[in-house]
Design a protein around this ligand. Structure first.
Ligand code: ADP
Length: 206
């Protein structure tokens, strides 16, 4: 009971809005951006409508990198669900910059949102395509009542998008949806992408 006389620091300094702990940033009064290293296939939020985003290709029938890992973890039902997505032209189910949603099957989340980022060296407007991939994924998640969503570093693997530029597009796109999710996570596999994302969040989320 004598503890009440101990002076305490004010509990809500404005500066706490910046970087709320390792990799955690405030997006709005009630939502957070979380940047972590790890494997997106094991990410979930218990008891909530949640989704992970897949860096897919236009055919949507699986591939290497995070796409391969997601399909292996989800089981063969996922490729069947992707095959059932209508083609918009031969061999193309999800054009670059767009997004599609499927169930997540054996993954611990409610949904997988499949999006296609640009191939950096051949896309005519890679910045526009990457921004569209993030925006369309977030819009589709919102339409489906998803409150928690995790992204990988779209296009930062075999599609060779430079990390720093990609992180600016990713985090600025998430900022546009500040009030729409409880938490947006980036689950990043490499030190390089993780460090780029942290630097950019510190710069863009004051
Ligand atoms: P893209 O074709 O869009 O470049 P990649 O799968 O090649 O997609 O790479 C995208 C990013 O995903 C890369 O930074 C890669 O290191 C990362 N990645 C690979 N496997 C996983 C995983 N299991 N969880 C999260 N990120 C992953």
């Amino acid at each position: 009971s004598g503890g009440d006389s101990v002076a305490r620091a004010p509990s809500s300094l404005a500066s706490e809005n910046v970087d709320c702990g390792a990799g955690r940033f405030r997006l709005s009064l009630s939502s957070f951006l979380d940047i972590r290293k790890g494997d997106i296939t094991v990410w979930s939020v218990d008891g909530s409508t949640d989704a992970i985003v897949n860096a897919a290709n236009e055919r949507m029938l699986g591939g290497g990198g995070v796409d391969g890992a997601i399909h292996r973890a989800a089981g063969p039902e996922l490729v069947a669900a992707c095959r059932a997505v209508p083609e918009v032209r031969p061999g193309v189910r999800c054009p670059t910059g767009e997004a599609r949603i499927t169930p997540a099957f054996r993954l611990p989340v409610s949904y997988v949102i499949h999006t296609v980022g640009p191939i950096y060296d051949t896309d005519k407007q890679p910045e526009v395509s990457l921004r569209n991939a993030y925006r369309n994924s977030l819009r589709l998640a919102k339409e489906n009542g998803i409150m928690y969503i995790a992204f990988p570093a779209i296009s930062c693997g075999v599609y060779r998008y430079p990390y720093e530029a990609a992180s600016k597009i990713a985090i600025s796109a998430v900022k546009e949806f500040s009030d729409d999710f409880k938490e947006v996570h980036f689950v990043l596999f490499s030190d390089d992408t993780y460090n780029a994302w942290l630097d950019t969040a510190r710069e863009l989320l004051p």
